[in-house]
Write a protein that binds this ligand. Structure first.
Ligand code: FHN
Length: 513
């Protein structure tokens, strides 16, 4: 019988009342989650973004997934790990990096039109190449034919457009002589077991020399992160990646202290759950099931199924347009390429589950954003310009998931984003019973975005009536007017809910219809 206190902790997060249920037995941790859900203005602003843009850009854009006449079918930014491409060939690519078509202002304007409220940029990916003139290595943009500080150009251009910038930083650094992995904890039950059972004595290093050199890598990493915060004070956060190494997780205490130092240096700094593990190697959530740092970064190329899977935490989903290409790949025929409506539906679903949705772009080696991405940005932007109210600043709705699509909510306004238009042009909407005794929800009014053109509401198919099921939920049929019956794209109906006394409902309902 463990001596730990037996406590069931339910941390109620957000008005939805959804609770993150913590494990029954709490384990004392020094380097697990620190504090609960952030309520400061910086984090509230992050929650309201709704839609973001990810940009993967680096020297991997030069080969674009092809080398020596052969096509690499993995993620293009990983081409250095491909046996067909000698490391030396890759490591000299920077000497030809000269994106003459790069135009940061044009990229920022395109993202603005798409409706992105934040942008995440790869300052340094796993190859260790720095898109800023770092003082701590020669392997940077300063030593390319282009020479200029791309990170600064993008931070300035996006900030000028009112789009917040987050800097992606890879802990993995194949270029640094002191970097050492020790194995990917995600795929290694042995490492997880060793860290869980004996974190103090677990040693991922094979030699003392490796461990000593890793100390130089830690100092280098700290220096570069402090340098990024010094150089680009306008940024809002750091988006870490490649932190699954056993060596990094073994240094949980040092990493935790680095996080404290970074936050102390930069007011409101936002850091997701990919930066660090707890001292037992638990990533994203600690040994007690509590989210580590400010939001959950585990959703990559996939979305949570429901609120239960989110644990009630803040989260973002980062999504590629092809199946799995982050950096530029010249051949997109290798996989399914998502349509604008695929991505719009994912964005609405993400926001209906209190998450942000981030669409990835991979510019080519000359600084061009490819036509497919430009077309998608335009179409997503056209939809967002009409229906963005259903995404920006909304939360999980009290309406349950229904076949026609997704509900998001902002106060007493509920946005019904319809992706599956009913063939009978009657949109049946289920409204839950009120949590307040003797009160019921009614739909006070309904209209279409953006005009809020009023729509007629029927009950169960008969004018003026509605019906309730045995749970007390109400059903309303919204009559889709001609203008929307021929819709060839997703549309949004906005309804206003009102809580009224049960005895007044019938009268109220008659008056409405
Ligand atoms: O290995 C990287 C990958 O190249 C890409 O940067 C994604 C983006 O979230 N992160 C890692 C895979 O999880």
């Amino acid at each position: 019988m463990k001596t730990f206190s037996m406590i069931i902790l339910s941390v109620f997060l957000g008005w939805s009342g959804f609770a993150q249920t913590i494990k029954k037995e709490t384990i004392p941790l020094k380097h697990g989650a620190h504090g609960g859900k952030r309520t400061d203005a910086f984090m509230q602003r992050w929650r309201e973004y709704g839609l973001g843009q990810f940009i993967h850009w680096g020297v991997y854009a030069i080969p674009g997934g092809r080398w020596d006449g052969k096509t690499y079918t993995g993620a293009a930014e990983w081409i250095r790990s491909w046996s067909e491409m000698p490391d030396a060939d890759y490591d000299n690519l920077y000497k030809q990096f000269n994106p003459v078509n790069f135009n940061a202002e044009q990229w920022a304007k395109q993202a603005k039109q798409m409706g992105a409220k934040y942008m995440i940029f790869t300052t340094k990916h796993h190859d260790g190449f720095c898109m800023w003139p770092s003082k701590y290595t020669e392997y940077t943009i300063a030593n390319t034919p282009y020479g200029k500080d791309i990170v600064k150009e993008l931070v300035d251009a996006y900030t000028a457009e009112g789009i917040d910038v987050y800097l992606y930083f890879s802990i993995i650094d194949w270029n640094h002589p002191g970097y050492y992995s020790g194995g990917n904890i995600n795929g290694s039950p042995e490492i997880k077991k060793a860290l869980r059972e004996d974190p103090v004595n677990y040693n991922p290093f094979k030699t003392a020399a490796q461990r000593e050199k890793y100390e130089t890598f830690k100092a280098f990493t700290r220096n570069q992160l402090l340098e990024l915060l010094d150089n680009y004070p306008a940024i809002k956060g750091l988006w870490f990646d490649g932190s699954w190494d056993a060596a990094w997780c073994k240094n949980a205490a040092w990493v935790d202290s680095l996080g404290v130092e970074l936050r102390a240096k930069h007011e409101g700094l936002i850091i997701g759950s990919r930066f660090r593990s707890d001292e037992y190697g638990n990533r994203h959530t600690d040994a007690n099931g509590i989210l580590i740092d400010d939001y959950d970064q585990r959703f990559e190329r996939n979305l949570p199924a429901d609120m239960a899977e989110t644990g009630g935490n803040d989260w973002d989903c980062v999504m590629t347009i092809p199946e799995n290409q982050w950096g530029y790949h010249s051949d997109w025929s290798l996989s399914y390429v998502k349509t604008p409506y695929d991505l719009i539906e994912m964005a609405v679903k993400a926001n209906s589950l209190n998450g942000n949705f981030v669409i990835n772009f991979g510019p080519d080696g000359k600084g061009n954003i490819r036509k497919e991405e430009t077309d998608i940005a335009r179409k997503v932007g056209e939809w967002m310009a009409v229906n963005g109210a259903a995404i920006y600043g909304t939360q999980h709705s009290l309406l349950e998931k229904q076949d026609w699509g997704y509900a998001t909510q902002n106060g007493d306004t509920v946005y019904l984003s319809v992706f599956n238009k009913p063939m009978n042009n009657l949109l049946r909407v289920k409204i839950p019973k009120s949590k307040t005794r003797d009160m019921v929800y009614v739909i006070e009014k309904a209209g279409f975005l953006p005009t809020k053109e009023p729509v007629r509401i029927n009950g169960d198919g008969k004018a003026g009536s509605y019906y309730r099921d045995k749970t007390g939920a109400s059903y309303y049929d919204i009559v889709l007017p001609k203008s929307i019956r021929d819709a060839t794209q997703p549309f949004v109906i906005v309804i206003k809910l009102k809580e009224v006394d049960k005895k007044d409902r019938d009268a109220y309902q008659q008056a409405l219809t």
